[in-house]
Design a protein around this ligand. Structure first.
Ligand code: OGA
Ligand code: NI
Length: 352
């Protein structure tokens, strides 16, 4: 199949052609399909106010952060200091990118990726046996940043690179603050996670979910955990993200100008399981296009990740619950496994 045949079977091309019935490749097995009837809408995940870490409310804020990471693995972040104009601008150029003609976007097309290069990816995937996601996406490395890396980013729409560079710098500044706070919330020295992540790696993925003719049969993103350290997510105002908690899917509401932060697999390992990398997914709808800008922040590929010694020693039996692993190996396995990678973290858990 040539690249344009791939494009023709992607979510956006199907949507543009006004297809009424989902191709077989997109149809999820019944147990994976969206479940509006059992979806929990009333109770919402914690909201962390970053400005409270400056003043009197600091201890309380730290306690809330710890609770959010232990019990939900997810929280909304407000008063984060990230310029709202930059959030809006990134969403706008992201939107414009997906409106470009197929032949422009396809210059960035890659069937597979490991997060090291810029990649336009289609939801349609014939290479592994998993069901296709109803989305297309643009993924680009954002740290370490060099002119060479930036030259691989889209050069259109105009200002794309400029805005994405600004966005990447702001995400990194926020990520460094979160790293220090997460370290402290675990009772570790402030620089612990910064050092554990070694050279650090940051990756931005813009997800584009076109309207879908049969949203009850498919998913925008199949249930998964994120393989990096933690994730900083910007949503537009169309709902779709769902988080698994206590055996039920919770719909995440959108708070204007807030970010959603979630713990990824490497934070679960480093915290020896105290902080949880939680399964989540995205559902789609038949009316509105939805976008999310997802920044993965984590270790450099050459970092060796293992539970923090201090946290192991605090346990009554002083045992590590996860083995150590080279982050590059983790990612390679994670991305090569298709559906089985959903809980790849279980393979580094130490059976007791
Ligand atoms: C992801 C992801 C959810 C969303 O890209 O890893 O979980 O709401 N996306 O787009
Ligand atoms: Ni995710």
């Amino acid at each position: 199949m040539n690249d344009f045949d791939f494009y023709a079977q992607g979510a956006q091309a199907l949507c543009d052609r006004g297809v009424k019935e989902l191709p077989h490749a997109y149809i999820q097995p019944e147990h994976e399909r969206p479940s509006p009837a059992s979806l929990v809408r009333g109770k919402h995940m914690p909201v962390i106010d970053l400005s409270r870490f400056h003043g009197d409310g600091r201890d309380q804020a730290m306690e809330e952060l710890r609770f959010a990471c232990e019990s939900w693995g997810f929280f909304h972040l407000i008063n984060h200091g990230f310029p709202e104009s930059c959030m809006k601008a990134m969403l706008e150029v992201g939107r414009q990118f997906f409106e470009l003609p197929a032949e422009v976007k396809m210059q960035f097309f890659q069937k597979k990726g490991t997060g090291r290069r810029t990649r336009y990816g289609l939801s349609f995937n014939t290479e592994d046996n998993r069901v296709s996601d109803w989305r297309d996406f643009l993924s680009q490395p954002c740290h370490p940043l060099s002119d060479e890396i930036i030259s691989t980013w889209p050069h259109v729409p105009v200002h794309y690179r400029e805005i994405a560079k600004e966005y990447a710098k702001n995400v990194r500044a926020l990520a460094l603050r979160l790293l220090a706070l997460l370290s402290e919330s675990l009772g570790l020295r402030e620089s612990f996670l910064d050092e554990a992540f070694k050279g650090h790696h940051q990756l931005m993925v813009i997800n584009h979910y076109p309207p879908c003719p049969q949203p009850d049969l498919t998913l925008g993103v199949t249930g998964h955990t994120d393989p990096y350290g933690f994730t900083i997510v910007q949503h537009d105002d169309v709902p779709g993200l769902e988080v698994m908690k206590d055996g039920s899917w919770y719909a995440v509401k959108s708070i204007p100008n807030a970010f959603v932060i979630n713990i990824g697999d490497q934070m679960e390992i480093l915290s020896n399981g105290r902080y949880k990398s939680i399964e989540h997914r995205a559902v789609v709808n038949s009316e509105k296009t939805r976008f999310s800008i997802v920044s993965f922040y984590g270790p450099s590929h050459d970092a060796i990740i293992a539970p923090a010694g201090e946290l192991i020693r605090q346990k009554p039996d002083q045992s590590a619950d996860y083995g150590e692993i080279l982050f590059e190996d983790y990612l390679r396995e994670f991305f090569s496994r298709g559906l089985d990678s959903k809980f790849y973290i279980n393979s580094v858990k130490i059976e007791k």
